[in-house]
Design a binder for this molecule. Structure first.
Ligand SMILES: NC(=O)c1ccc[n+]([C@@H]2O[C@H](COP(=O)([O-])OP(=O)(O)OC[C@H]3O[C@@H](n4cnc5c(N)ncnc54)[C@H](OP(=O)(O)O)[C@@H]3O)[C@@H](O)[C@H]2O)c1
Length: 254
């Protein structure tokens, strides 16, 4: 694939993100608390997470080990961060979530697989085959966008992990219901885990400073801001005592 072809795919993919962003305020993605049998065949929740996230983990691992440029410049740092994130999401997160009878529609699993194939495919192929080696020389470590991006990536990941851990631990063994989360960034927003994930991939895009990484950050925003709003509205509808000052995803803003 040439750089021009990759750019064409990436710009088309970005345009679709804008459409999905708007649509997701009207159609709630039916997984987790919003799951529904109306969406057809259902899959075990833990298995669904592994199936959905494995393509991203495996594609980036493939390009790291078999890509032309992977070990010739510092792009391996970007590969390692991506793979580290998806190692958690693919193998550790599904083991940690509490088993409930809840299942996930197969259509969501298939959508997520496609989402991950395209995002990991664009990012992996660009870094491994198309990125000019001089863009990722030692100078790159001292560029402000790299330093700010690295701080955001690590902070976002830490927020995401801590918030996910708090949510997962709300249920005692055998419990399947929902409670109002409190403490940490939950005092400011309903979904600090989604806030952390947005910060993390914005940081990655700044570090990587390329079109595919920007595309993935935009898609993460487009997916997770409406999802956080759906979660927030759901909390308000289920709990009469839900804190009214809490925002959906961005503290004090939205
Ligand atoms: N990069 C992307 O585009 C993308 C897209 C989607 C998700 N993600 C990431 O995947 C992870 C999961 O996303 P999600 O939207 O499914 O998160 P979520 O709805 O906040 O759920 C996270 C876990 O905590 C449980 N939980 C949530 N709120 C709870 C409460 N009030 N009481 C008891 N248990 C509660 C959920 O159980 P239930 O499953 O039973 O509700 C689930 O196991 C997040 O870290 C997110 O950032 C990333």
């Amino acid at each position: 694939m040439t750089l021009e072809t990759l750019k064409l795919i990436a710009y088309s993919w970005l345009a679709l993100a804008a459409v999905v962003f708007v649509a997701m305020f009207f159609v709630t993605a039916p997984f987790g608390r919003h799951t529904s049998e109306k969406w057809g065949v259902l899959v075990n929740n833990k298995l669904a997470w592994v199936l959905m996230e494995f393509p991203s983990f495996s594609i980036m691992s493939y390009f790291l080990f078999f890509g032309t440029n992977s070990f010739c410049s510092y792009v391996w740092i970007l590969f390692s961060l991506w793979i580290f994130h998806y190692m958690n999401r693919t193998f550790i997160y599904p083991l940690r979530i509490k088993s409930t009878p809840k299942k996930m529609p197969l259509v969501i699993v298939l959508n997520a697989i496609l989402f991950n194939l395209i995002n990991a495919g664009l990012n992996g192929y660009y870094l491994a085959e198309l990125a000019p080696a001089e863009d990722y020389s030692t100078d790159w470590f001292y560029a402000p966008h790299f330093i700010i991006g690295a701080i955001l990536f690590v902070s976002g990941m830490a927020i995401n992990w801590k918030a996910d851990a708090i949510l997962i631990n709300l249920r005692k063994p055998g419990e399947t219901g929902y409670k109002i989360p409190k403490g940490f960034l939950f005092d400011y927003v309903s979904s600090p885990n989604l806030f952390g994930e947005i910060i993390e991939w914005t940081g990655f895009a700044l570090m990587a400073w390329n079109l595919p990484a920007l595309t993935f950050a935009v898609w993460t925003f487009a997916n997770l801001v409406p999802r956080a709003k759906n979660h927030h509205d759901w909390y308000l509808s289920k709990f009469a005592d839900y804190p009214k000052e809490r925002k959906a995803v961005f503290p004090f803003i939205f």
